[in-house]
Design a protein around this ligand. Structure first.
Ligand code: AMP
Ligand code: MG
Length: 343
């Protein structure tokens, strides 16, 4: 189908996008985390088309997006006080909560789970589109399955073209956060972090008092293991190159990388480090002393380096909490948790 390119600032963008969603079409939507591949979360056929368009395994559940926190009651049951506290503090924003699901949400959206992941995104045009559509919008990241997430309209266009499965792409510029939302599961005995994102674990703990970190965050989950959500066992992004995370001081890391670097390898580093890699054609993805630039730039840099001819990507990865913790998680996952300490 011919894909409409809509801009957030054009009149009628929200009305047009909402109408397409109501018709069961796929619309790529901007959010502060990444661009999502949106469809009517109540329309099984439309949701099925998300999985088909992306090439996403059917047992990997979707996040539903709502226009305001109060709409949680329409799709979730037994909502704990903690969910309202988190919504009050972080919504609209990059936080997804897993809650018990109501019968009102189709099985296809939740991949048959008795829980649903729900989020109220910050990007205004997208909340307006959801409000006008009058239904929850199911949306995974808009990238083709296995590719780095889409953080600009250009990335979405690159993955699907102008004559593919998308009825429209809504362009609101590059994503501010740049990594997918923080996911917290509120259905167990204690709140559990399933995926780090724009809201750091410390911020969640400040509201919740306690937070367990799921083992999928810190280590590779084997394909046959039993996990809280089937989707957690999938490698989210596996570049054709081997990624090696190199930890340690700037100087030690540069020493290690320069000693091991071969033709066809690549360096992914902080802007501050560029002078250390002269002659190695380094790619910087942001500034180490400003982790928000790292999260905003990570996926665009990985997309640039996701070429068949690169053998090894030596990646520098920030330490610390907040959004740096999410950047660290995505890079370690891309590396299959292969990390070396250069010191
Ligand atoms: P993405 O694939 O980028 O859209 O991310 C969606 C993430 O949300 C996946 O990792 C899913 O496994 C996770 N998710 C969605 N629904 C649930 C749920 N009910 N319980 C736990 N995780 C979920
Ligand atoms: Mg994704």
């Amino acid at each position: 189908m011919k894909t409409l390119l809509l801009h957030e600032n054009e009149p009628n963008t929200a009305e047009i996008a909402a109408q397409l969603l109501r018709e069961g079409k796929l619309v790529a939507l901007p959010t502060e985390t990444v661009y999502g591949l949106g469809a009517d979360g109540l329309n099984e056929e439309a949701v099925k088309n998300i999985f088909l368009a992306k090439g996403r395994p059917q047992d990997n559940p979707l996040i539903i997006h709502i226009a305001k926190a109060e709409d949680m009651v329409l799709w979730c049951r037994d909502i704990p006080e903690a969910a309202w506290l988190l919504a009050e503090r972080f919504w609209p924003g990059p936080l997804t909560m897993v809650l018990p699901v109501k019968e009102t949400v189709p099985k296809r959206t939740t991949a048959n789970l008795d829980t649903v992941a729900v989020r109220c995104p910050q990007t205004k045009i997208t909340r307006e589109i959801i409000r006008l559509a009058g239904r929850p919008i199911a949306a995974p990241s808009a990238n083709l399955s296995g590719k780095p997430s889409t953080t600009s309209a250009g990335h979405v266009l690159h993955d699907y073209g102008m004559d593919g499965p998308l009825a429209a792409i809504v362009d609101a510029g590059p994503c501010r956060v740049g990594v997918e939302s923080t996911i917290v599961d509120l259905t167990g005995e204690r709140p559990r972090l399933l995926r780090p994102g724009g809201i750091g674990p410390e911020e969640l703990k400040a509201v919740l008092g306690e937070l367990e970190v799921d083992k999928a965050v810190t280590a590779q989950i084997s394909a046959d293991s039993v996990v809280r959500a089937p989707g957690m066992k999938y490698k989210h992004y596996a570049p054709s190159a081997q990624v090696i995370v190199v930890e340690g001081t700037r100087e030690a890391a540069a020493g290690y990388i320069r000693a091991h670097f071969k033709e066809n390898d690549a360096v992914l580093c902080f802007e501050e480090e560029l002078p250390l890699y002269e002659g190695y054609a380094p790619t910087a993805y942001g500034r180490e002393n400003d982790p928000e630039t790292l999260s905003a730039g990570l996926f665009a840099a990985l997309r640039k380096l996701d070429r068949g001819d690169i053998a090894t990507i030596y990646a520098r990865c920030p330490m610390g909490g907040g959004v740096a913790y999410a950047v660290q998680n995505r890079l370690r996952k891309a590396a299959g948790f292969v990390c070396v300490n250069a010191e």
